[in-house]
Structures are given as structure tokens and as C-alpha cells.
Design a protein around this ligand. Sequence first.
Ligand code: TXA
Ligand code: MG
Length: 351
Amino acid sequence: MKTIVKKINEENMEAGCLQEAVSILQRKGLVAIPTETVYGLGGDALDAEASKKIYEAKGRPSDNPLIVHIAEVDSLGELTKEVPEKAYKLAEAFWPGPLTMIMQKSDNVPYGTTGGLNTVAIRMPSNKIALELIRESGVYIAAPSANTSGRPSPTKAEHVIEDLSGKIDMIIDGGAVGIGLESTIVDLTGEVPMILRPGFITKQMLEDVIGQVEVDKAIIAKSVDPSLKPKAPGMKYKHYAPKAELTIVEGAEQAVVDKINACAKQKMEAGYQVGVIATDETFARYEASIVKTIGSRYDEEQIARGLYAILREFDEQQVDVIYSEGFAESNLGQAIMNRLLKAAGYHVIEV
Ligand code: TXA
Ligand code: MG
């Protein structure tokens, strides 16, 4: 299949620029779209055949449900059995934006979209291209991240082209995303709302609006604990992973630098290409085959934005092993460390 790639400027969209994408979605094809979090691989959420194509293109296990993207809060009525009061409050506070809510699904949503579950994940993205495409097509867009299953999520159209060119109908290039990590997922089907995946919208931000919120224990664990099964099916996979073996080194700043340099030296002497994910504060102190800075360690938003791209760059440069500094787990840091730990298969050295 030949994949059409089309550049569209979110801030300056020409009339009719989405027409091709609209007609592809309406005839149940697949279009990769920019969102504010990561690029998504979109298809008609209410059509089981379109969902099936999404799973095939990504090589995604079919028990891993998709997120349904909407453009109006009113759409909740059509997609869910009932809308909890807290959902309206959260929608009011955070939509359009990087928050996904889980509710009981209505019969309109096929099991092919929800991975066989009776619940459905719903999000209203803030990216203007995504919103306009949902409105113009009249299609609720099911969209997982637009990467091959298991690879880091795409934060630029180039990443989507790398993974999915030739496998889908179209890729909309809307430039680099703003946030860089997938949306926060909150499950509203239980007594107390529960975060199933941390993201830009933090626990504190949710609690300010709806009171007590829990966090799925499996996602804050520092190691793989087989007794803790993540409640979001997708969180159980080793995920977000680069091809190289990634190790996180945590501890006091200079001790971390010394440890990473010692490990890198050993690996390089054994003939391996070694990459280091440094920060602006430590960059100059490393010696390895390739050292990249992810930005200042005090700028969490910059780290989030750059994380997946750095992992992909190292893949391209064919390093064999990567060492990364660890990051503080306050605010957005919890989401950053969640993704980094998964990418590392929970391989952490404490110094
Ligand atoms: O920011 C995002 O959320 C991006 C953009 C494209 O919107 N999408 C995204 O989708 O990250 P995906 O498919 O890569 O991740 C969806 C996650 C998976 O971990 C999946 O298991 C979980 O959401 N999920 C979806 N429906 C669920 C449900 N009904 N119950 C529990 N978890 C669910
Ligand atoms: Mg994903």
C-alpha cells in the first residue's frame, strides 16, 4: 500500500485540507494523526473492521483496547452506558486535553475496539487537526499510539513513517507534538477513580477537581511484581522500548556520572557502542560512544517531550547499550520514570 504523507499546519489550516483524510476514515481506512501527546493511528472506532486493521498495522495484541477520540462532550452519551458526574467535572477541567477516562461502554462500541472489555477509554484531544478531523468526518476516531507495538511512541511524523509507511493509507504531518508522553488514563468505573497510566495530568490535578484518586499499584512499582497485574492491559507489556539494552542509574549526581562512565568504559572495551542519556547539568562529564542531553533535569516538560525521540535516535545510530540518569518522580516526573522504567525492563542500578 502506498501511504500518503500530508503536511498540515495546525495553526493555519486551509479550507478543505482534511478532505482526503475525511474520506479515508469514512471508508474505514487508517490515518495517522497528530495529537498533543503522541501521534495516533486513527480508524473508525465504531467499526470492528477498522479496529482490526489498526491492530494488524501495529502488530498489537488484540486484547489491548483502543482509546476512542471525540470532539464534543455530548458524544459521551452515545459511547457509554452512563456518564458519571465526575466525568463531566473532569471533562470541564481538562478537555480538550491529555486525559483519557474509562467508563462502561454502550452497545454502539464494538468489542473489537475495546479488546473484549465492557468498558471504553475516551479522550478529547486538544490538537486542532485531530479535533477538526473528528468533526468533519463525523467519525469517532479509535487511535492507539502510531508506533509498531513495543517501539517508543511517535512524537514526530518521521517516527510514524519509520514504523508504518506502506501499512496505512495516510499520515498527517502536523509537526512535533507538544507533550511527548501518552495521556493520563483514569478509570471511573470503580468506587474511587484510579489512575491506570500516569501522564501530563497528575494525581494532584485530578484530586483538585474530584477529590480522592488512587493510583494502580502495578504502575508505580519499581520492579516487575508478578502479583501486581496492571489494570490497563497495555501497561503489562514491555513497551516503549528501544532496540538497545537500556539501564537506568540512580543516585547522587556525581556518583551517577562516575558509575555510568565506568560501565560505559567496560562495555566499549568489550567492543560495544554505548549511548548515554545525560542532562544539561551533567553532559560535559560523560565519556561514551554517543552522549545526548535530554535538557535540564529541572525542566520536566522538556524531558517528557524529548524522551521517545532520543530512544529512537539511539536505535538509528545502532548503539548496543544505553545508560540513562534517573529523574525525580514529582509531578510529570512520575510519568517520565514510568515510561523510562518500562523501556529499561525495570533494569535499575542504584549508586
Ligand atoms: O495520549 C494518548 O492516549 C495516545 C494518543 C494517540 O491519544 N494514545 C495512546 O493509546 O496512548 P495506546 O493505545 O497506545 O494506549 C492506550 C492504553 C493502553 O494501555 C490500553 O490498555 C489502555 O489505554 N486502555 C484502553 N481502553 C481501556 C479500558 N477499557 N480499560 C483499561 N485500559 C484501557
Ligand atoms: Mg501505545
